[in-house]
Design a protein around this ligand. Structure first.
Ligand code: BGC
Length: 259
């Protein structure tokens, strides 16, 4: 259950855009805890920029009691460079080249920050979750419809790494080793873990992280596959899983818009 914000506590709203649902909640920036009910609206189909912007607006106004200038952070499963979405692996191709920050700012009537969904989840894990206080290089991998990655060097994010799209023998790892692939192809945990092992070993050979954190809803089933992985770095499950994107986006907004 959501906590109540302490009086005067800084609050920002985090909104996490996914392939099937868009979820959001207000976050107390001192504690990182959700301080209002989590709302979910279905992702419009097709998920065009205008349709998604309208859904994000609907979600924002679920919190009409929060001041109009409450900072808002939004995540999207795409590369985001200088406010422009540059890829669309699991979203409508119309996002490529869209000035998404401008779009959401107009839709909400307030400035927003926008970041890649895995980067947002990683930020939350580094601040509050499994990566708290970790020095060195940390690789956060989110497993869901796709594979997201976030890389941190001494707590600083290197955005848009997109390790999920590494290719092995010409095959994009993203649809091959994602959590969705296990369900779609009816793979056993062992079969799927073998794919994950190949993907993670390859990513590890490129950057030699000190710690690997596995997030996404499937991290709840970590006991089924983490023990099967053999990597150089310790591999741990994420601690915030479902709320990490919301929390990371809210933090980023709080940092960008509050002095
Ligand atoms: C996208 C990434 C995203 C990941 C997880 C991939 O298909 O390219 O940007 O982080 O899915 O949603």
């Amino acid at each position: 259950m959501a906590a109540t914000p302490a009086p005067g506590a800084p609050v920002a709203i985090g909104i996490d855009i996914g392939g099937t649902g868009i979820k959001g909640a207000p976050v107390d920036l001192r504690t990182g805890r959700l301080v209002g009910a989590r709302h979910l609206v279905p992702t419009p189909q097709p998920a065009t920029p205008l349709a998604v912007a309208a859904a994000v607006r609907e979600l924002r106004w679920q919190y009409a009691d929060l001041p109009d200038d409450t900072p808002v952070g939004v995540t999207i499963p795409a590369v985001v460079r200088r406010g422009v979405t540059r890829t669309a692996a699991n979203i409508d191709p119309a996002w490529i080249g869209t000035h998404a920050v401008e779009l959401f700012t107009v839709a909400l009537g307030t400035p927003v920050v926008l970041l890649n969904d895995a980067d947002a989840a990683g930020l939350a894990e580094i601040r509050l979750g499994a990566g708290r206080g970790e020095a060195g290089v940390v690789l956060v991998i989110t497993l869901g419809t796709g594979i997201g990655s976030a890389v941190f060097a001494d707590g600083h994010l290197v955005p848009n790494t997109e390790f999920g799209h590494l290719t092995i023998d010409g095959v994009d790892c993203c649809p091959w080793a994602s959590a969705a692939a296990r369900v779609r192809e009816n793979l056993s945990w062992a079969q799927w873990a073998a794919r994950l092992q190949e993907f993670l070993a390859y990513a590890e050979s490129l950057m030699w992280p000190d710690l690997i954190i596995i997030g996404g809803a499937i991290s709840h089933d970590a006991d089924e596959f983490l023990p099967q992985l053999r990597l150089e770095a310790p591999v741990v499950r994420a601690e915030l899983a479902g709320d990490a994107g919301i929390i990371g986006a809210a933090y980023e907004a709080g940092e960008s818009f509050r002095t």
